[in-house]
Design a protein around this ligand. Structure first.
Ligand code: UT7
Length: 334
């Protein structure tokens, strides 16, 4: 019997080294959405803040979009694909139960020695991934981790469903996480409330779909008001806990990048937090729609590219969605 086994030990700290994004080409206007539902451009703008969104091409997949965002983040990081130890792909729209999107993305980007797995934490999936990526690097299980948030929600949304057709969209964002000499990813505050599992779910399971002769496709359905109320009442508390855990004051933030669920939810959380007016808030939803797991990295990418927020600045991230689940952390921007 051996008295001890070797264990891995990692970096003291981890950081987000780079971010990349992929936005599909096709712009879908509110007018196009309203061809299928009884609604209006004015109502959609007012109630969600969405002016237009992007849909992937019919033959464009979660893997295609995820690999594009990951390749961009990888290139910007200066890290070789062989150095990546883990590919985490947060999504709920890869249309195969198995294998994972992550395994295929890892192969496509040349991360040939990496582990790969998908994270099914819906709109919170990217922030779950950042927490896990931090811990993998600090635990020594991986030197570098790619975290991808990607969704093709257009495949899973009923264009005739008035409660969801106007909100969901497609896209991908990714970050590379690696070792850091200084603290750059605060503790992740996460949680789940499965008692609200029906708030965002599928019309039925695949088993029911088969039993019912394939009549009702398992599209996403959402109890919009229930999710709205939960997000607005609970997420400010989660955001405050993430700030406290990181020892960061609201006034010290350079960016607030919440999941792009609904512009009104973003505004309500900012108001409830008493976020100082000068701190930039992600409003990517206006031209991107709600891209679930992709929304936080896509917003981060566009704000950095536009010079709205500084590289090296401090950002509060928060994701929340189906489960219901949530995750938040304070990070230093790449
Ligand atoms: O990303 C994952 C998490 N998801 C979210 O966080 C989404 C959370 N929920 C929401 O963002 C909002 O609930 C929605 C944007 C989905 C809906 O907005 P709402 O303000 O909650 O609308 P509502 O369901 O309370 O409906 C208000 C009114 C109703 O009419 P009456 O009863 O006041 O006459 C609805 O019938 O708006 C009507 N309505 C619509 N009108 C035009 C509902 N859907 C539509 C529509 N177009 N698409």
């Amino acid at each position: 019997m051996t008295s001890a086994i070797k264990t891995s030990s990692g970096a003291k700290y981890a950081k987000i080294m780079s971010v990349g994004g992929y936005r599909p080409e096709r712009i879908v206007t509110n007018a196009e959405i309203c061809e299928h539902i009884d609604s209006s451009d004015e109502w959609i703008r007012e109630r969600s803040g969405i002016i237009e969104r992007r849909y992937a091409a019919l033959d464009e997949t979660v893997v295609d979009m995820g690999a594009a965002a990951a390749a961009q983040a990888l290139e910007r990081s200066g890290i070789a694909p062989e150095q990546i130890g883990m590919v985490l792909t947060a999504n709920v729209t890869h249309p195969y139960q198995t294998p994972s999107a992550a395994a295929e993305i890892a192969y496509r980007i040349g991360a040939v020695t990496a582990g790969a797995l998908d994270i099914a934490a819906a709109c919170a999936g990217f922030c779950y991934g950042v927490g896990l990526g931090n811990d993998l690097v600090c635990g020594g299980t991986a030197n570098y981790v790619i975290v991808i948030g990607v969704e093709k929600l257009s495949d899973w949304t009923d264009p005739k469903d008035r409660g969801s057709a106007f909100i969901f969209a497609d896209g991908a964002g990714a970050v590379v996480i690696g070792p850091s000499d200084t603290p750059a990813i605060g503790p992740t505050i996460w949680g789940a409330d499965g008692s609200q599992k029906d708030a965002i779910t599928m019309t039925q399971s695949w088993i029911e779909y088969r039993k019912n002769g394939g009549e009702v496709f398992p599209n996403l359905v959402m109890q919009g008001q229930q999710v709205f109320r939960w997000a607005v009442s609970e997420m400010p508390k989660v955001a405050s806990r993430a700030l406290d855990a990181a020892g960061v004051q609201l006034a010290d933030l350079d960016a607030f990048i919440p999941h792009q669920a609904n512009m009104r939810i973003t505004d309500a959380i900012a108001k409830s937090l008493k976020l100082p007016a000068h701190i930039p808030i992600a409003r990517d939803i206006a031209y991107t729609g709600n891209t679930s797991a992709a929304s936080v990295p896509l917003a981060m990418d566009s704000m950095l590219a536009a010079g709205e927020i500084p590289s090296g600045g401090t950002a509060l991230l928060i994701g929340f969605g189906a489960g219901l689940v949530y995750a938040a952390q304070v990070v230093i921007l790449p």
